[in-house]
Write a protein that binds this ligand. Structure first.
Ligand SMILES: C[S@@+](CC[C@H](N)C(=O)[O-])C[C@H]1O[C@@H](n2cnc3c(N)ncnc32)[C@H](O)[C@@H]1O
Length: 245
């Protein structure tokens, strides 16, 4: 799978992409990253990429024509791909997502969908945002990583890249690790508590059942704990199952 990331700050990705599992995934040839510097497509001596918003208001808006040039440079390198999620990509023929505070909340299920495509283009916004005409013409999905506002789309893009890459077959040494994680089981629950050595820490012992060697009992305990934690912290997840969201 290849990720293209269109950004004004390609340098911030280096430490994340070149460490741990993401680094190993690249070495194994399972994943490739190409950082596209939006500034390279800027206009004039100062490589301008943004302008003031029509109608007034604070901040600057990334220009549709500049973003289009960057996107077309990516598209020109690639063959047409099949992509099941795409309502609007006839224009680009490639899945293009925009990181946006006002986008659809990102979920583990979406990471799973993305892990099955060949290419993903991620556009990172900055400043006040992105000209709507670029979004209307080229963006398949606007995705938010949470109900808060960040300075730019770079950290959200890293969230997508990391969460998707670890689901690509062959990336994790033990792929079964992703099966029992938070948001991965059905019903949708948070993960049960984990323990490791030492057996006793500051007077607190590891729950007896985990030392019992009885796998059926351990499984039952974990599923109870998982449900307990979900009810306490994220009861909305349980409601979501009933609604088949
Ligand atoms: C300062 S924010 C713009 C916020 C925008 N004016 C608004 O009110 O929604 C600049 C950029 O950061 C990114 N961004 C900020 N918060 C985000 C979030 N929660 N999820 C995804 N992207 C986010 C987007 O790419 C956005 O264009």
């Amino acid at each position: 799978m290849k990720f293209f990331i269109i950004t004004l700050f390609p340098e911030v990705f280096d430490p994340i992409l070149n460490c741990s599992i993401l680094k190993r995934a690249q070495k194994k040839g399972l994943v490739e990253f190409e950082l596209v510097n939006l500034r390279d497509f800027g206009e004039g001596k100062h490589k301008i990429v943004d302008d003031r918003p029509y109608g007034g208001g604070a901040g600057m808006v990334l220009r549709a024509d500049i973003l289009e040039k960057a996107l077309k440079s990516v598209i020109s390198k690639l063959p047409t791909t099949n992509y099941p999620l795409r309502p609007r990509s006839e224009a680009s023929q490639l899945p293009t997502i925009l990181m946006s505070a006002s986008g659809t909340p990102y979920k583990q299920s979406k990471a799973g969908e993305f892990s099955k495509v060949d290419h993903l283009i991620i556009v990172c916004g900055h400043y006040e945002g992105v000209d709507q005409r670029f979004i209307d013409k080229y963006v398949d999905e606007e995705i938010s990583i949470g109900d808060y506002v960040l300075t730019g789309g770079e950290i959200p893009a890293m969230v997508i890249v990391d969460s998707v890459t670890r689901l690509i077959p062959g990336v994790l040494e033990k792929p079964e690790a992703t099966l029992n994680e938070s948001f991965s089981d059905s019903p949708l629950t948070l993960e049960y508590p984990q323990y490791t050595r030492p057996e006793e820490f500051e007077g607190e012992k590891v729950p007896e059942v985990l030392l019992s060697g009885n796998h059926a009992k351990i499984k039952k305990w974990r599923s109870e704990k998982s449900l307990e934690k979900t009810k306490k912290i994220r009861p909305d997840l349980l409601t979501r199952i009933i609604q088949k969201d």
